[in-house]
Design a protein around this ligand. Structure first.
Ligand SMILES: [Zn+2]
Length: 472
């Protein structure tokens, strides 16, 4: 199979609520206005900027996962003379060739493509019938003094003061109304960044516990699996954890075609909405393996309505809490709901991947585009918490999470200290966090040694085999 597709499914599943969105914003500033339009094949974004500035920075500038390059280069072209779109440091920027202020009115021509990003929402979901859903957040930009100042910005803008983290966008399609927040509207205006707007005829199908927009080209069995398994696993999560962010999600699913020797499942979660993109000849035909894998994927994305939406992390370096946590939720729930599911193999893969990746600090994995470390090591830490919970109360991973969610439901956030405090509370062992801290902040020459020690402290059953940690 092409690339590391199995791992890519997890790594492609985007983080929910990236750190960039919570940058400090100066109050009461006018925001950029944008009109996104489609007229036949021609897509444009017309920006009206609220002030004069020599440089504007796109707040969301994640790299494309497969190419490792800025995605705007291949999808956006500036039509306004004298204005350049380019990469500086961690961000895409607009500047003028003469160094003067960027004109207040900018036109960008777009060719939306299905492209997965590292730890951010896909810019576009492309359907085989020509429909396309665009993500609003990628039209957000803020002014900065110079391209050099943009270059010096840290990847995570949490501690940086910026002028705006939002744009007001009008959405228009010459072919007819667009689908916005569950309704067909002629020219809706979005005020928040975390929405997708659908252009084209793809239909919203409503059922009591789920609404779906499914690409007509998607293999039928996958569509059926999404429609039947999503409500089942969501019901299990609700039973174990209490209410999540929504009790009736919308799932939008696109099909990128039967690319040979590929199995690709990518997804992300927004309030009330799951976005999924499937691709590859390996998912065309149903098999036990494929079905189990699709269910795990549905379970991971659905888990974010609890871990990611009901409570979310504050800094992107803490993505291990939600990504590893959602992986373990999906695996444990699926072991209950699908008795044939091979949970041990799935868990062992997390241990193996964490062992490989934690030679470098897990917390800063996003700086190296090694997002898989958050999933794998987050799940390993989850296994430790689960074992500690079992020892202390006879409970499981969901019991650990339930406490964590209840304690943080009000402020909607969870951070590393809170997560580790919950673990300490169960074990009473002040050293219980030592290996986790080391793996997060430093990494280790041989992570297996630390993982084994963490498992010893908490009671995860394993044996050492050729220097490797094997779950038993
Ligand atoms: Zn995820």
């Amino acid at each position: 199979m092409r690339s590391a597709v199995l791992a890519a499914c997890a790594a492609a599943a985007l983080l929910t609520g990236c750190g960039t969105t919570s940058a400090k914003v100066e109050a009461e500033r006018p925001v950029p206005l944008v009109t996104v339009s489609r007229d036949g094949e021609r897509w444009t974004a017309d920006f009206t900027l609220p002030s004069d500035s020599p440089t504007w920075v796109f707040l969301r500038s994640a790299l494309a996962r497969e190419s490792g390059k800025p995605w705007r280069e291949g999808q956006w072209a500036v039509e306004t003379p004298g204005v350049v779109l380019e990469r500086r440091g961690h961000f895409d920027i607009l500047r003028t060739t003469d160094g003067g202020p960027v004109p207040r009115n900018i036109r960008i021509r777009m060719t939306p493509k299905a492209e997965d990003l590292n730890a951010d929402y896909d810019p576009a979901l492309i359907f085989t019938d020509g429909s396309a859903a665009l993500y609003a957040g990628h039209f957000t930009l803020f002014p900065i003094a110079s391209p050099e100042a943009a270059e010096a910005l840290p990847m995570d803008l949490n501690d940086v003061e910026i002028e705006s983290d939002n744009s007001r966008i009008t959405w228009r399609d010459a072919a007819g109304p667009v689908l916005f927040e569950g309704e067909r509207q002629a020219a809706p205006v979005s005020e928040r960044s975390n929405v997708y707007v659908l252009f084209g005829r793809a239909d919203l199908v409503d059922s009591p516990r789920l609404a779906t927009v499914i690409d007509p080209g998607l293999p039928v069995w996958l569509g059926d699996e999404i429609k039947t398994f999503s409500p089942r696993i969501a019901a299990y999560y609700a039973e174990r954890l209490g209410p999540g962010q929504t009790d009736k999600p919308t799932i939008m699913v696109s099909w990128n075609g039967p690319t040979p020797q590929l199995r690709s499942m990518g997804g992300s979660v927004l309030p009330g909405l799951i976005i999924m993109a499937f691709e590859g000849d390996n998912v065309v035909t149903e098999s036990t393996e494929m079905r189990d894998h699709a269910r795990w994927f549905i379970g991971h994305e659905s888990a974010h309505f609890w871990l990611g939406q009901t409570i979310r992390y504050e800094f992107s370096r803490e993505a291990w809490i939600t990504e590893g946590g959602a992986d373990l939720m999906a695996m444990r729930a699926q072991a209950v709901l699908s008795p044939t599911y091979d949970v041990m193999t799935a868990l062992q893969e997390e241990v193996d991947d964490c062992t490989t990746l934690a030679v470098k600090p897990v917390a800063s994995a996003n700086q190296r585009s090694e997002h898989r470390a958050y999933y794998a090591c987050g799940a390993v830490f989850g296994l430790a918490a689960e074992a500690a919970q079992r020892r202390a109360t006879g409970g499981d991973w969901f019991d650990f999470l339930k406490g964590l969610i209840e304690r943080n439901r009000e402020d909607g956030k969870v951070n590393r200290e809170e997560w580790l405090a919950a673990l300490l509370q169960l074990t009473g062992d002040p050293d219980v966090r030592r290996e986790i801290d080391t793996l997060l902040d430093e990494g280790a020459p041989d992570p297996a040694v630390l993982i084994a020690r963490l498992f010893d402290r908490t009671g995860v059953a394993y044996r050492m085999e050729g220097g490797k940690v094997k779950l038993v």
